[in-house]
Design a protein. Structure first.
Length: 410
C-alpha cells in the first residue's frame, strides 16, 4: 500500500510540476523549450510569488517520500522531479530580481559548476596552434584566415548538411533501435543568437533550425547533424518520449524547461554524441571521402584540418570564462568580445553574437563543454571506453533513455 501511495503522489506531483513549468513560461518566453502533453495541464497563469510558493510546497512533499523499495529508474524519477523543482524555484528567484554569481546560478539551475581557467592555460594551447597554423602573424588572425578556406558555399550547404544527417542516422541506427516513425525537418534561419536549435514537437518529431547569419565551416555539418539530430537532441527526446512518457506514463517528460538540470544532460550527451557517431579517424575518413568533396574542398586537406580543429576545441572553456566575467560584471561587452577573439579565436562578428547568447541564455553556456566532459567521464568510468564500442553505446543509450541528473554522473 505504501508503494502505491508513493506512486500516486509522484503522479500528482509530476502534474503539479508541469503546470508550474508552463506557468513560469508565461513570465519567461525562453523557459519552456518543448511541451507536448495534455492541454488539460495548461493551468492558470500564476504570479511569480504564487509559483514559488506552490513549487516549494511540492518540493517539500517530495522530500517526505522515500521510494527506496522501487526500482532504480523510479528512484531517479523522484530525484529528478525534486531537483527540477528546485531549479525552477531558482529561476523564479532570478526573474524576481535576485542576484547570483555565475557559479551560484549555474549550480542552482543546472546542478553543476564549471571549472575556471586562467589566460595562461589558453595561451599554452595557442602556442601549439601557433606552431600548427600556416603563415605568419598573430594566432587569431591566422586561424580566422585558415578557417575561411573551409566555409561551405551557401548553395552547397543543404547538400553537405543532408549528407551528414544521413550518415549520422545510419551510424546511430546501427547501434540503437530508433523509435518507429521518428523524423525531423530542417529549416535555415537568420537573426538568432545560436548556431543550431532542435525544437521537439512530440510524436518523435523535431524541427531543426540552422542559423546562417554567419559563415558555416565544414566541421559544423557533422557537429550539427549529430548534436541536433542523431544521436543528439532529436534521439534523446524521442527516447524519453518512447520509454518514459509512452512506456511508463510519466508525463513530466512531456515538458522541457530549458533552464534546468535536464539541459546539462541534453547538451552534454548531444556534444558527446558527435564522437559517438564519428569517433576519431572515422570522422576524418568520412569528411575526406564525402563532405569535403561535396563542399568543394580537396579531401586530402581533411586530416590537417581536423588536427588543427582538435587543438581549437581545447579552447572551449574560454567561452565560459568570458561569460563568467561578463555576467559577473568584470567585463564590459567590448571586453568580452576582445577576450573571445583572443582566447576562443572567434571572429569579431561571432564574438559579438556570442555575447548576445550570454545576454539571453546566461550560464547555459556551461552545459555544452562541462556537460560533454561529465558525460564522457560517466560513460568511460562505467567501462564504455573507446576500445569497447558496444559497451560505450549501451551505456550511452541507457543515459539518454533515463531521468538522470548531472549530480548522478559524479
Amino acid at each position: 500500500m505504501k508503494q502505491n501511495n508513493t506512486s500516486a503522489a509522484l503522479k500528482r506531483l509530476s502534474e503539479a510540476y508541469i503546470r508550474l513549468v508552463l506557468s513560469v513560461g508565461g513570465h519567461d518566453s525562453d523557459y519552456v523549450d518543448a511541451y507536448y502533453g495534455p492541454e488539460s495541464l495548461k493551468g492558470e497563469q500564476l504570479p511569480l510569488e504564487a509559483i514559488r510558493k506552490r513549487a516549494s510546497a511540492a518540493a517539500a512533499e517530495l522530500k517526505t517520500l522515500s521510494p527506496t523499495r522501487m526500482d532504480e529508474t523510479v528512484r531517479l524519477r523522484h530525484r529528478y522531479i525534486l531537483r527540477q523543482l528546485q531549479s525552477l524555484i531558482a529561476r523564479v528567484d532570478l526573474l524576481g530580481g535576485k542576484k547570483m554569481t555565475f557559479d551560484e546560478e549555474s549550480q542552482a539551475l543546472y546542478d553543476a559548476v564549471a571549472p575556471s581557467y586562467t589566460e595562461e592555460h589558453f595561451k599554452e594551447i595557442l602556442d601549439e596552434l601557433d606552431a600548427a597554423l600556416p603563415g605568419r602573424g598573430d594566432v587569431p588572425g591566422r586561424f580566422e584566415a585558415y578557417r575561411k578556406g573551409f566555409v561551405i558555399p551557401g548553395e552547397k550547404l543543404d547538400g553537405v548538411f543532408t549528407a551528414a544527417i544521413t550518415e549520422s542516422r545510419k551510424r546511430t541506427a546501427g547501434r540503437i533501435t530508433l523509435p518507429e516513425g521518428e523524423s525531423f525537418t530542417v529549416e535555415y534561419v537568420t537573426g538568432k543568437s545560436w548556431s543550431g536549435y532542435n525544437w521537439f514537437k512530440g510524436n518523435c518529431h523535431s524541427l531543426i533550425q540552422v542559423n546562417t547569419d554567419l559563415p558555416i565551416t565544414v566541421d559544423r555539418a557533422v557537429d550539427l547533424a549529430s548534436h541536433e539530430g542523431y544521436p543528439g537532441h532529436h534521439l534523446y527526446n524521442s527516447l524519453l518520449e518512447t520509454h518514459l512518457v509512452r512506456g511508463r506514463k510519466w508525463m513530466e517528460f512531456t515538458v522541457y524547461p530549458l533552464f534546468s538540470p535536464q539541459s546539462l544532460i541534453a547538451e552534454g550527451t548531444a556534444n558527446f554524441g558527435i564522437d559517438m557517431a564519428f569517433p576519431g579517424e572515422e570522422r576524418v575518413e568520412f569528411e575526406r571521402e564525402v563532405l569535403f568533396p561535396l563542399a568543394g574542398f580537396p579531401g586530402a586537406d581533411a586530416a590537417e584540418y581536423y588536427r588543427i580543429h582538435g587543438l581549437f576545441l581545447r579552447l572551449a572553456y574560454a567561452g565560459n570564462e568570458a561569460a563568467r566575467r561578463y555576467l559577473d560584471g568584470e567585463f564590459t561587452r567590448e571586453k568580452a568580445v576582445e577576450y573571445l577573439m583572443s582566447y576562443a579565436l572567434m571572429s569579431a562578428d561571432r564574438a559579438l553574437q556570442r555575447t548576445k547568447f550570454f545576454d539571453q541564455y546566461r550560464t547555459y553556456v556551461i552545459n555544452y563543454n562541462l556537460g560533454q566532459d561529465m558525460v564522457k567521464r560517466f560513460i568511460e568510468s562505467a567501462g564504455g571506453v573507446p576500445g569497447k564500442p558496444d559497451q560505450r553505446w549501451k551505456i550511452f543509450e541507457a543515459l539518454i533513455s533515463s531521468p538522470r541528473l548531472p549530480s548522478d554522473l559524479l
